[in-house]
Design a protein around this ligand. Sequence first.
Ligand code: GDP
Length: 300
Amino acid sequence: MVLLLRYRSITINLTPLIPKSHKFHTLQSFRNPNFISTPKVSASSNNPTPTTNRSISDAAKFAKSVLFIPPGVEIEELTDDMVLPGSNIVIGPFAGHSQIKEVEFVKSSARARDCPKDDRPEIAILGRSNVGKSSLINCLVRKKEVALTSKKPGKTQLINHFLVNKSWYIVDLPGYGFAKVSDAAKTDWSAFTKGYFLNRDTLVCVLLLIDASVPPQKIDLDCANWLGRNNVPMTFVFTKCDKMKATKGKRPDENIKAFQQIIRENFKVHPPWILTSSVSGLGRDELLLHMSQLRNYWDQ
Ligand code: GDP
């Protein structure tokens, strides 16, 4: 079976993910341990599938292998229109109010223990320098000045907290792999950013940004593997997906496919992923909706 995901002018052709375990959910996508006790799918093999349910049965097989299925969604109920366009993400009952009405810069912190003392949930945004992190944050909040705050000299190597709608945080983390940063600064990055991931109880999910206009980068894969090994829930957000005609090298869809292939080899279950472009707005509303379901589930 081959999955074709179409979104506007982008088509990604994926062969199915073969999970190394038969869990139906991406357990590492939610930090709330209750997630593990979500209902199991009833075994259909003993019950011949009625003809009218054949497509549901196909969807179940398909879902088991490739989709991110959130809590509250029964695999038998899955339909195509529950999958966000340009992603492998199923939208479930926890998705809710997602638009950003208000955002305020709260604090820059040098260490995890300096971050705001607060029990509101947060979603962190991480990626290589130049991946398009500031552009994506500005696109999500529809403001120019937000990510500019974190680009001010001295703030790029800090953990920047932005309070959204007075109810949750976007956390802008320092970019990694910046060529001009000295080895000492790179070590600093790992020490304090890793400390943040391991100690921040209110962290719901990390959006790991991957530049779709370049082939898979070792540093991104290392980062994904590190997060995975440490049970930090992540979503891959492919940026710059509008760059359809690569001036040199491969097109975004080819780069994304190559990245997915490597992830499939390294991960038991594929984390959620979504295509975005800050230039065209591709994936913006879908990503916000996904963030809302992660948050709301965590919050309950
Ligand atoms: P950061 O260093 O990760 O914060 O990256 P920036 O947001 O500053 O973006 C780096 C470069 O990529 C800038 O030249 C942006 O204009 C460009 N860029 C960012 N997002 C997109 C996108 O979605 N599409 C295209 N074509 N270019 C982008």
